[in-house]
Design a protein around this ligand. Structure first.
Ligand code: ADP
Ligand code: MN
Ligand code: MN
Ligand code: MN
Length: 407
């Protein structure tokens, strides 16, 4: 009991750096206990996944796997347009191309995609990745979803995006997506934040190092390697402005593979964090107030933009984007702009959801032209509006239709 009170005092103490100074002596006395207690209490004890013995698991994972029994994990997007589902089947061959993989079905009435009376939804394999969790010849299989009448489900944005990609193939569209996300403790508070109060204000955390600056790096490192192994074109990673918020980037990816790679990277992030007993949220504004939200900045270029004096093409694209702001806002989060309303406030390095703007090196604009691109007079543009929980297929589709097809 006495110890619990001590911890409470201590937690309140890190609400501000000024108070931290006042409590310096107290901290020194219990510092070691404090950090351990916070972690074990909130991560290890409360999350059953983190508490399960992973060493015991290895006894079974070390069993030899028959050569003619390949585990294929079929992965798809559920009816929320955000949730990821998966289930596994055994194959008697090593698949090399999605077309070799059997079509499959699932219960769409349990994924917000169908009524119970007509519940079978088709899974159509579209991309294969190596499985970094099961390893060996085992695979991750990304799927599109189709209704019983073979029309794409409402959450199948890939189908539409792929049509647009095919129409502009000769322009070789590239995408680089910056996925920001927040790690949450099992009680849905940002990982490592004090129970009663807040960490010190933003400033020291972005790209930071040290136990008082970043939290959850184990997950970031594991995820990076897992993506590399899987064949996801992960470009990099960094700690973000808000503590326990992180980013990874995929790209530059050609065409539809940007969305495919991002969805597989998201799946792996949730999957790895699950093992640590940590929750990943793609909520675009996980903490209200002067805490940065989370976006999915989308960097976009075409062959002409990347060629000499491509800045002219980039400016033409921006001109077209300026006329279709509401269409893009509607496409940039799963609730047609409702989620981004909380994030695109015009504060915390965002533009206002109501206005379109563009500028060189401007982090308060809808579209930023990176400084290097302005200097080289060629390259790409960055659309800063997509929400962290956007469907990348929907974002890429909108960019192509506006910037290239001039719809
Ligand atoms: P920021 O400075 O906004 O934080 P990042 O370094 O996080 O930018 O991300 C830049 C992204 O842009 C990366 O995913 C990278 O692959 C992508 N990218 C680089 N060049 C191009 C290009 N020509 N077309 C599209 N995307 C590109
Ligand atoms: Mn970035
Ligand atoms: Mn960022
Ligand atoms: Mn960016």
């Amino acid at each position: 009991m006495g110890f619990r009170i001590l911890v409470k005092v201590c937690e309140a103490g890190i609400a501000s750096s000024q108070m931290r100074l006042n409590h310096k002596k107290l901290w020194m006395a219990i510092g070691k206990h404090f950090s351990c207690t916070t972690m074990s209490r909130t991560i290890l004890k409360d999350s059953p996944n983190a508490a399960l013995n992973k060493t015991l698991l290895n006894k079974y994972l070390d069993l030899p796997q028959p050569d003619n029994a390949i585990q294929a994990k079929y992965i798809w997007i559920d009816g929320t347009g955000e949730g990821i589902r998966s289930k596994t089947r055994t194959l008697d061959f090593i698949p090399k191309h999605p077309s070799e993989l059997p079509e499959w079905t699932y219960d769409g009435s349990s994924t917000y995609q169908a009524d119970g009376s007509n519940s079978d939804i088709y899974l159509q394999p579209v991309a294969i990745y190596r499985d970094p969790i099961r390893r060996g010849n085992n695979k991750l299989v990304l799927c599109e979803t189709y209704n019983s009448d073979r029309t794409p489900t409402a959450s199948n944005q890939r189908n539409k995006a792929n049509e647009a990609m095919e129409a502009v193939k000769d322009q070789e569209p590239w995408f680089g997506i910056e996925q920001e996300y927040t790690l949450l403790d099992f009680d849905k508070r940002p990982l490592g934040w004090p129970r009663n109060g807040f960490p010190g204000p933003q400033g020291p955390y972005y790209c930071g190092v040290g136990a008082d600056r970043v939290c959850g790096r184990e997950i970031v490192e594991a995820h990076y390697r897992a993506c590399l192994y899987a064949g996801v074109k992960i470009a990099g990673t960094n700690a973000e402005v808000m503590p326990s918020q992180w980013e990874f980037q995929v790209g530059p990816c050609v065409g539809i593979s940007a969305g495919d790679d991002l969805w597989i990277a998201r799946f792996l992030l949730h999957r790895i964090a699950e093992e640590f007993g940590v929750i990943v949220t793609l909520d675009p504004k996980p903490v209200e107030g002067s805490w940065n939200g989370a976006g999915a900045h989308t960097n976009f270029s075409t062959k002409p933009m990347r060629a000499n004096n491509g800045i002219v093409e980039i400016e033409r694209a921006i001109e077209r984007l300026s006329k279709r702001h509401p269409y893009h806002i509607q496409a940039y989060d799963p609730r047609g702009g409702k989620d981004n309303e909380r994030r695109l406030t015009g504060k915390c390095e965002t533009s206002s959801i109501h206005d379109f703007s563009a500028g060189v090196a401007d982090r308060t604009a809808s579209i930023r032209i990176p400084r290097g691109v302005a200097e080289d007079k060629k390259g790409y543009l960055e659309d800063r509006r997509p929400s962290s929980n956007c469907d990348p297929y929907s974002v890429c589709n909108a960019l192509i239709r506006t910037c290239i097809l001039n719809e």
